[in-house]
Each structure stands twice: as C-alpha cells, then as structure tokens.
Design a protein around this ligand. Structure first.
Ligand SMILES: Cc1ncc(COP(=O)(O)O)c(C=O)c1O
Length: 393
C-alpha cells in the first residue's frame, strides 16, 4: 500500500532521537524560547515581518478571523468570500464568528479561485473580505486578484496551509495579502506533528494575534506594547495586570516540543519541496497527458510548485469510481481536500441561504470526479511506477 503519509518527519530517525534528547534535557516545555526562535526563523523564511505560531492550521485560521474582528477590520454580518474548494476549518471559523460566507468558484485547470470567478461573484455579492485558499501548491492569477481586491477595498487574506513554498511570479504564496495561515500537520510540507502559523507584516495585527492566541491577555507582548495597552485601560497594578483580559481570545498555544520540531524541520524544507516538486513533475507529465481520461492541471505559470498531494480530475464520475476500485489496497487516496464545501452537511445547516450561489460549479465537478494521492519525499521510483501503472496504463 502506498500510504498518503509515509513519515512523521523528514529525516525521521535522527529527528526523533534529537527530540528525545531535547525533552530529557528541557526544564520547561510550555511555550518559550524554541517557539520564539521558530517564529523568527519562519517569518524570515517566508519573508514576512511577523509570525505567530499556533497549535494547528485550523487554530491559525480561527485566530486570524478573531483578530480581524477584534481590530474592527471586519464586523459580524459582513459577507466574506471563500474558495469553494477548500478545507472545513477554513470556512468554519467564518461561520462560527458570525460572518456570511459566500462561496467563490475555482477554475478547473488550476483548482483555484481566479480574478474571473471572483469578479463573477462580486456582481451579486458585495464581499468585504476574501479568504482565498491556495490549493495543493497551485494558484491562479492571485496577483490580479490582489489588485482587484485593492481597487474594490476588499480585505484579502490567504489560507496557505497547502502551499507553503510555492513561488508565483517571483513571490511566495502567502505574501499576496494582509496575512496568511500555514499548517505544519504531518503530511503537509513540514511537520511539527500538529502546528500552524499566521504571518503578516502588520504590527497591530501581530499584537492582536498574540493576545487572541493566549486568553486575550498581554503576556506575550513586548514591554513597550504592554505599557501602552495597560495605560489605555488604566491597569496600574502588576497584580491585576497578570490576569487582565483585553479582548476576545482562546488558548491556541503550542509547546516547546512543537517549537523544537519546527526549528529542526525548517532546515530541510527547501529539500522537501524540491523532492516533492520532482515527483510531481514526473507524474504530471504522464498522468495529465491522458487528456482522454483526465482534465489537465496547468502549472506552467508557477516558478516553484510545492505540492504534497497529487490531484486527478476525471472526465466522468465513472472513471473516478473505476480508479477508486483500482487503488483499493494499493494506493491510499482521498477526495480533493474537503471537496466542494457547499456540499458538506455543515454548510447546508448554517449557510442554507447561500447554497444556491454556486450550483453546477467547477468545485462540484472536482468533488464528484476528483481524487488525490500522497506526494511525499519518500516515494520510491518503484512506487512512482506503480502509480503510473494504475493511472496511466
Ligand atoms: C486549506 C486548509 N486550511 C486549513 C487546514 C487546517 O490545518 P490543520 O490540519 O493544521 O488544522 C487544512 C488542513 O489540511 C487545509 O488543507
């Protein structure tokens, strides 16, 4: 069986040995220096000023939406666009926090929202914010999308949980917007077992994210920022300042174990991306050439393609169902990410009024005719051949 996820870490044995040693020798395992070091290194890697490390990509999404609400950049009841083809916990925090969620369709040949699908949505729905998902390492014309959003005063944020490391027109995905989120879940590009982050260049947003991540208090802020917020709220006593809660928050903190892993794995990230990109290109040339069976995915506009699962969109549901049978006990497969979110029960329950927005969408076609299998650095030549035998021959 070719598993979706073949290892927990890159360089698994050495990483586990180093982790055991780190745990044995550490006095403190709650959030501290390792996490702070990782935040700095990850922000540097991404080319952003700030990074807030959280305990999952889902938590990063939740923290970002809450922080934007706390800052008044969006407000309850606003219409927010999201990519129809995404993961549940991209849309769920929007619903949980009282926003009206408008699905924006994707292009079939990039699996992503384009300026064209966005403009079509805007004709009917005056969205205040777009929470775009960069799906599976791909993007469409996100540079044009960013321009459209700027012109129309739509706040743009990116869910980059699936595209860490992709470079489009010389710029990393995750850097086209005010802020972007990342996942370090096993099987994504880089693993801290569980983990996620928000990156931004906006200092106020960074400050709010620090408070949202931990109880709404100011403990993780710099002394200067603490003084400012305490003065504003008239908190003069160091006794009360420890338990003063300034705005709505959660506990989405991570631990030194995850921080250590982030620092350990980040150094392998360029290599991980390269190996996955090589696998992708080898497979894409063969699989997407079968245009009689599959819709080809376009990737020639992307400079570096950071992909961790290989999407196959069949020309009919019957072809897809045939592949599902062929893969049984051979190749572990899944629907493409969460599929069309509007077809998920939760969307119908809470956002019934927007169910009609994208009927007969490309996202629906992908939901009904798509699947993916894992693309990880440990795929062997023999396994790649086995995949080709199932999908091409
Ligand atoms: C687009 C997208 N957003 C958010 C998440 C959530 O990340 P996590 O699993 O780290 O909570 C995922 C997870 O797979 C994802 O694919």
């Amino acid at each position: 069986m070719i598993k979706l996820i073949k290892s927990t870490f890159y360089n698994e044995k050495a990483t586990k040995d180093a982790l055991c040693k780190f745990i044995k020798e550490s006095e403190k395992l709650s959030i501290g220096k390792e996490c702070a070091d990782f935040e700095k290194s990850f922000a540097d890697y991404q080319g952003r000023k700030h990074c807030v490390f959280a305990n999952s990509g889902s938590s990063a999404n939740l923290a970002l939406i809450q922080a934007l609400l706390n800052l008044g950049k969006i407000k309850k009841g606003d219409m927010v666009g999201f990519s129809s083809l995404t993961w549940s916990t991209n849309v769920m925090p929007l619903i949980q926090l009282g926003l009206n969620t408008i699905p924006v369709d994707v292009e079939l040949n990039t699996l992503n929202v384009s300026s064209k699908t966005l403009l079509k949505t805007l004709k009917k729905y005056p969205i205040k914010m777009l929470f775009i998902t960069n799906l599976l390492g791909f993007c469409d014309d996100i540079d044009v999308i960013a321009k459209v959003c700027k012109e129309k005063k739509i706040l743009l944020i990116e869910d980059n949980c699936e595209s860490l490391g992709t470079v489009y027109k010389g710029q990393k995905l995750g850097n086209f917007s005010l802020a972007s989120t990342f996942s370090f879940y096993v099987g994504h590009h880089m693993s801290t077992i569980e983990g996620g982050a928000v990156c931004t260049d906006d200092g106020n947003l960074d400050t709010m994210l620090q408070m949202v991540r931990a109880h709404g208090w100011d403990r993780n802020l710099t002394e200067e920022k603490q003084l400012k917020i305490r003065t504003k709220h008239d908190i003069n006593s160091s006794f009360y300042s420890r338990y003063t809660f300034y705005d709505l928050g959660y506990n989405l903190r991570t631990t030194e174990i995850n921080g250590f892993l982030g620092n350990n794995q980040l150094k392998y990230l360029p290599q991980i991306i390269k190996e996955r990109e090589n696998n992708f290109l080898t497979l894409a040339k063969k699989i997407y050439a079968r245009t009689d069976k599959y819709y080809p995915i376009r990737y020639d506009h992307i400079d570096i393609l950071s992909n961790f699962a290989f999407p196959v969109i069949c020309k009919s549901a019957a072809i897809r169902d045939g592949l599902v049978k062929k893969c049984e006990n051979k190749i572990e497969i899944r629907p493409i990410v969460g599929g069309d979110m509007t077809l998920q029960p939760f969307f119908g329950k809470y956002m019934k009024k927007y169910l009609h927005v994208n009927t007969n969408s490309n996202a629906k076609l992908v939901h009904e005719q798509g699947l993916y299998f894992g693309n990880n650095p440990e795929l062997t030549k023999r396994e790649i051949q086995e995949i080709v035998n199932v999908f091409v021959v």
